[in-house]
Design a protein around this ligand. Structure first.
Ligand SMILES: *Cc1c(COP(=O)(O)O)cnc(C)c1O
Length: 228
């Protein structure tokens, strides 16, 4: 199937899940995860209407972005090493999904200060408690958000989490439901706290049903990734 058909099918499916969840389709943002795909392929998704793209490697992002239209809002969704922060600050990314530790917060803040810029970011939570997954322990979220208040150039826009890598839909939904509960608590208190980024190709339907409003979708748009 081509990208246009993939997108059509995906749109229909998200629409159905949104309906079941009792939300409007336009309340859900889709980040098209373009990692590993060459720019002509990414451009096809752009031409089909996507404007928000997600990458998980700094080198790949800064290589691709100049070759693609300037109105793309690049989202960074992967683990970000502090020594790479300087390459993506200064307007190169619209949203960081993976703020997960104090040292990263401090380096982001320092670089934003240096370049007189601001950055929107989501705090990544590790709710599934899988060792392979990055993310802050939810128990530390309260004090972490307290720290972020000392760094006004970093604007916290919400939370991100990755569902557990299991078959059991109940287990996946419980993780998403927990994220939603935490999200709701802070969304009620904090200005501009408006995104709950959860759901990928294999679990976005469950994520929408549990209240996600931001999906990060790669394979369902671009097809399977082949790593060289
Ligand atoms: C690759 C990736 C995605 C998209 O994965 P698909 O299964 O292709 O939809 C979403 N989120 C993160 C953090 C990723 O690294």
């Amino acid at each position: 199937m081509g990208i246009a058909e993939n997108i059509e099918k995906l749109e229909r499916s998200i629409g159905e899940y949104a309906h079941r969840a009792g939300v409007r389709r336009d309340e859900i943002t889709v980040v098209a995860v373009s990692k590993t795909h060459p720019t002509p392929t990414v451009k096809q998704a752009y031409d089909a209407g996507f404007r928000i793209f997600g990458e998980n490697k700094v080198q790949e992002l800064i290589g691709k972005a100049p070759e693609l239209p300037g109105d793309i809002r690049w989202n960074f969704i992967g683990r970000l090493q502090t020594n790479k922060v300087k390459y993506i600050i200064d307007g190169k990314i619209a949203l960081l999904h993976s703020l997960d530790r104090l040292s990263l917060l401090e380096e982001l803040s320092r670089q934003c200060q240096k370049t007189d810029t601001q950055l929107d970011a989501l705090v990544q939570l590790n709710i599934a408690k899988e060792e392979t997954k990055a993310g802050l322990d939810p128990a530390g979220l309260d004090s972490f958000l307290g720290e972020t208040a000392k760094h006004p150039r970093i604007r916290i826009k919400g939370l991100m989490t990755i569902g557990p890598n299991v078959e059991d839909e109940g287990q996946i939904r419980r993780v998403f439901a927990q994220a939603k509960q935490i999200y709701d608590k802070y969304a009620a208190q904090l200005d501009g706290f408006e995104y709950l980024s959860m759901g990928m190709t294999h679990d976005y339907g469950l994520a929408v049903l549990e209240g996600s409003n931001m999906l990060r979708i790669g394979s369902a748009i671009f097809g399977e990734r082949t790593y060289l």
